[in-house]
Write a protein that binds this ligand. Structure first.
Ligand SMILES: *[C@@H]1O[C@H](CO)[C@@H](O)[C@H](O)[C@H]1NC(C)=O
Ligand SMILES: *[C@@H]1O[C@H](CO)[C@@H](O)[C@H](O)[C@H]1NC(C)=O
Ligand SMILES: *[C@@H]1O[C@H](CO)[C@@H](O)[C@H](O)[C@H]1NC(C)=O
Ligand SMILES: *[C@@H]1O[C@H](CO)[C@@H](O)[C@H](O)[C@H]1NC(C)=O
Ligand SMILES: *[C@@H]1O[C@H](CO)[C@@H](O)[C@H](O)[C@H]1NC(C)=O
Length: 699
């Protein structure tokens, strides 16, 4: 897993709304250039404008606003994620008043830079002047909401800064003045000294939470490609290197400011990685065109050159990374580094957010060095995490045949109920361990493989013994028996004390429960005649509790208890929801929510009772529901039917028989078969879990 995957993944969290969101950020305040300008240039005397079509054609009401984009720019998405507002108004726009600005305001000006000489090129607002406007804003805010509230807003607000590209591309490399006086490295230092002074002034004015965006791979902007004739229109690597070294120096400045300024929290949002991954693998993000922009010929046009009179402009900007020769499309702005702030959308304070950022880096360094603080991943559960144990027991609940595994390494059908990898594989990889977790009963593996990861899971099992009986699979108690045997073998293999240490530090994951409801309670008569749904939940939660206690007795200390997905939205349940127009079955989703609530409470209780345990609840419900409700945001095209066979009810052998109907590109589907997600969905959910919950085990 790379940094970029993680960052991308963070952006996906953007859309996960959390009901408990409390508003810790009262306003978003923006400084910078066209990457974040929402229309200030409309009212100043410059040619650098974009308040005409086709700019803004995908904005609310198809309105050009002065944003250099077909739609919104990153601060808009950030403000929205914080629950503040969906667009940030430009300070100079007469359509807005101080009342609007109290929750968000943009002072940015397209074409500007850190260097005064850069803003002079196209006669736009220099950075120092943005600060003057900000001071004026403070005074207006104080008279509007009162001094006390204004000061509160000022110190709690999130400040965003995004600029620097123009200093190089519009100034240093275009005009000789700066080049005569400065080497590239000196010019970088010059710009950063301005940046540092600016931040110190902001701090003196009361700002406490700041994110500065570094440079993107500026050598890959379509304009730079178009002019890179010697380089065959590839990215200009010299420019990219300038951006990279600039970003590294920026990190140092930010670190120093955090050290020196009390109560100040700044982070440098690394835009470079996300962009370079998008540029390297556009199709992974659903893009079709990366080297040219959408507008006009896509090679050099921006601003007035990119006007509605040009018939060449693309029709679907979502397929393009860039909107004009210099600026990303709205879609790319959504997938931007700012999205690191999205965590805040969950009602956490910025400090938490910053922690996340640090954890993220921490995680990455771990991945890089494969120094795992978690030495093994040990898994219990059902088909959501079975890697092939059912191949070795007499059951029909199998998937060790095509088309299962067709996107796995070597196109191999392993017994995973998926076209590729399952969530625990991705989690193992994120922790710097193996790229997949092997099945305990698979004779291809021995204890040397299992020492860093093993799954005891069995498809179709549940908490309830009666559930595993339905298809004669491995009951949960039996998985625990296997685990005891595993511990013995591990002791023989590693020595007793090392084995004990491994168990203490290993991450134990459970994922089951769906079958108890869908395959048992709501299908077979037995349990339904004994228990109400609520009583059955209590019964299952009791088994879960005993199971966690047993793991604890056996030495496990790091445990993740997995919750239920929105199981009413599985294609099988939809197919049979005829009266409900094949929509998600609300009753099943509600059961999942209720049961998850119980598991969450159980987690709290056991953490209090069992000394030294670190038990977390990993809840896949909201991230899955979001993917299902807004598939297009994740690049999916189908959510109600699965890829395999007709996609309506097939799984297991039925999936194999109907194979010729299967979809060709599973990455466009949320579900692989009528009961199980695709590898792509698994990857999103797993990364979400790592960043939201499981990162705690790396500390
Ligand atoms: C930029 O211009 C402003 C206003 O003239 C001036 O105060 C500031 O010192 C200049 N910045 C630099 C780095 O020269
Ligand atoms: C595990 O299997 C590998 C090869 O498959 C072998 O080299 C190794 O010695 C085995 N280890 C143990 C502990 O049996
Ligand atoms: C564990 O040990 C038992 C008994 O020595 C042996 O039969 C079994 O194959 C071992 N399992 C693994 C995975 O090494
Ligand atoms: C499930 O079966 C095992 C083995 O027979 C038994 O020990 C356990 O108590 C049963 N669990 C429940 C909840 O009945
Ligand atoms: C979980 O705990 C909360 C807070 O104590 C309580 O309101 C809720 O009813 C509990 N949920 C369940 C399902 O027991």
């Amino acid at each position: 897993m790379t940094l970029t995957c993680l960052l991308l993944f963070l952006t996906q969290i953007l859309v996960v709304k959390n009901s408990e969101a409390s508003n810790n950020v009262p306003a978003v305040i923006v400084f910078g250039d066209s990457s974040v300008d929402s229309g200030n240039n409309n009212v100043i005397a410059t040619v650098l404008k974009s308040n005409f079509r086709p700019y803004g054609r995908d904005f609310e009401g198809g309105r050009p606003t002065g944003r250099f984009c077909n739609g919104r720019v990153p601060p808009d998405f950030i403000a929205e994620a914080f629950g503040v507002k969906s667009t940030i108004p430009a300070y100079l726009d007469p359509a807005y008043t101080i009342q609007d600005f109290a929750t968000g305001v943009c002072f940015a000006s397209a074409g500007t830079g850190y260097d005064n000489a850069t803003s002079a090129v196209l006669n736009v607002i220099p950075l120092w002047k943005e600060l003057e406007f900000y001071k004026e804003y403070q005074a207006r805010l104080r008279s509007h909401v009162g001094v006390e509230r204004a000061n509160e807003i000022i110190s709690e607000a999130l400040y965003l800064m995004s600029l620097g590209t123009n200093d190089f591309l519009e100034n240093y490399y275009v005009f000789p003045t700066r080049r005569i006086h400065y080497t590239v490295s000196q010019y970088q230092d010059f710009l950063l000294s301005i940046a540092e002074n600016f931040v110190r002034e902001l701090y003196a004015l009361g700002a406490r939470k700041l994110s500065i965006t570094g440079l993107v791979p500026v050598g890959c902007l379509p304009l730079e490609r178009a002019t890179n004739i010697l380089g065959d229109h590839g990215c200009n690597e010299e420019y990219n290197n300038v951006a990279l070294t600039f970003n590294a120096k920026l990190e140092n400045v930010v670190a120093r400011l955090n050290r020196e300024l009390p109560q100040f929290k700044a982070l440098s949002a690394n835009a470079y990685s996300v962009f370079s991954d998008i540029i390297a693998r556009p199709s992974a993000y659903g893009y079709e065109v990366v080297d040219k922009a959408c507008c006009s010929t896509g090679t050099f046009e921006m601003s007035y050159l990119c006007s509605d009179r040009n018939p060449l402009t693309c029709t679907d900007a979502e397929k393009y990374v860039f909107w004009d020769a210099f600026h990303p499309t709205e879609k790319t702005n959504r997938i931007s580094p700012y999205s690191t702030h999205i965590m805040e959308g969950h009602g956490r304070r910025i400090t938490t957010l910053l922690c996340f950022h640090i954890v993220l880096l921490h995680l990455l360094s771990l991945v890089g060095e494969t120094v795992a603080k978690v030495p093994a991943v040990i898994v219990f559960g059902d088909s959501s995490v079975d890697a092939g144990n059912n191949n070795y027991i007499p059951t029909i609940a199998r998937s060790n045949f095509q088309p299962y595994g067709r996107d796995f390494e070597g196109g191999k059908a392993t017994g995973r109920f998926c076209n590729g990898k399952i969530p625990t594989d991705f989690i193992s990889e994120a922790f710097g361990l193996k790229t997949y977790v092997p099945a305990y009963l698979d004779p291809k593996y021995n204890i040397s493989d299992f020492a860093s990861g093993v799954t005891f899971a069995s498809a179709a099992t549940g908490y309830d013994n009666a559930t595993s009986d339905v298809l004669s699979v491995i009951p949960l108690w039996k998985q625990l028996e296997y685990y005891k045997g595993y511990q013995k073998n591990l002791s023989a293999y590693l020595g007793e004390s090392k084995a004990k240490e491994t168990i203490t530090d290993a991450l134990h994951l459970t994922s089951l429960g769906t079958n108890d409801f869908l395959e048992n309670y709501y299908t077979m008569p037995g349990r339904a005649s004994q228990f109400t749904p609520q009583q059955y939940q209590v019964f299952l939660a009791g088994i879960a509790e005993n199971f966690i206690r047993s793991l604890y007795e056996l030495g496990a200390r790091k445990i993740s208890l997995g919750g239920l997905p929105p199981m009413g939205c599985l294609p099988l349940e939809r197919t049979t929801n005829i009266a409900g127009g094949n929509d998600c079955v609300a009753r099943f989703n509600n059961i999942a929510l209720e049961f998850n609530d119980r598991l969450k409470n159980l987690t709290i209780k056991l953490n209090q009772e069992l000394p030294g345990i670190k038990l977390v609840f990993s809840n896949p419900y909201y991230i899955m529901l979001n993917i299902i409700k807004k598939p297009e945001l994740y690049g999916f095209q189908s959510t109600s039917v699965a890829c395999c066979a007709t996609g309506m009810f097939e799984m297991g052998y039925a999936c194999s028989r109907g194979q010729m109907f299967s979809c060709t590109d599973a990455s466009k589907y949320v579900f692989w078969d009528s009961f199980h997600p695709t590898e792509k969905t698994n990857s999103i959910v797993a990364k979400y879990m790592v960043l939201r919950v499981l990162y705690q085990f790396l500390q």
